[in-house]
Design a protein around this ligand. Structure first.
Ligand code: SME
Length: 159
């Protein structure tokens, strides 16, 4: 198993391609979902250095914090609450260019300025979400959505 990731381009799309290839080698043969979520967070952090990257997993009526990279975060989020709970309720990716303009946003950190939350679907149900926060406004676009949705489709296939 490789113990180091390599990114030799500053282009976002090329970094996603390099990330995908290396993640497939790193994660693809491992069946343990906690180990895989941990390495996905660490690899995304290394590739893009976003402020906070983590998983929330559906546990009955709440999302519960899973593996993450970044400062400590809220442990539990209700169905339909905040950006994560909305992504769960709608089973749809949420891109929030300015978190202060999102009604009901749950602020785990005052440094978080924009956010993307991608649902992870298993057996037609939301299994959890990938949540990424940036310390800058407007950090996420359609390319991030496409790449992260593809990544979560692939991850869901390993579950
Ligand atoms: N901002 C999220 C809460 C989780 S933290 O950002 C890590 C939300 O509104 O659901």
């Amino acid at each position: 198993m490789a113990n180091q990731l390599f990114f030799n381009s500053n282009s976002k799309s090329e970094r996603y391609i390099a990330l995908r290839q290396q993640l497939e080698a790193l994660v693809g043969k491992e069946k343990d979902e906690v180990a895989n979520m941990g390495n996905i967070c660490a690899a995304l952090k290394e590739a893009f250095d976003w402020f906070w990257i983590g998983f929330y997993i559906v546990r009955e009526t709440q999302l519960v914090l899973g593996p993450f990279q970044g400062p400590i975060a809220c442990t539990r989020i209700g169905f339909g609450k905040g950006v994560c709970g909305t992504a769960w309720a709608q089973a749809k990716t949420q891109i929030v260019p300015d978190v202060s303009a999102f009604e009901g946003h749950i602020a785990c950190s005052m440094f978080s300025k924009s956010e993307i939350v991608v649902p992870i679907i298993k057996n037609n149900k939301v299994w959890g979400v990938l949540d990424i926060d940036s310390s800058e406004l407007n950090s996420f676009d359609q390319l991030d959505q496409l790449e992260l949705e593809n990544m979560m489709l692939w991850f869901a296939g390993l579950l």
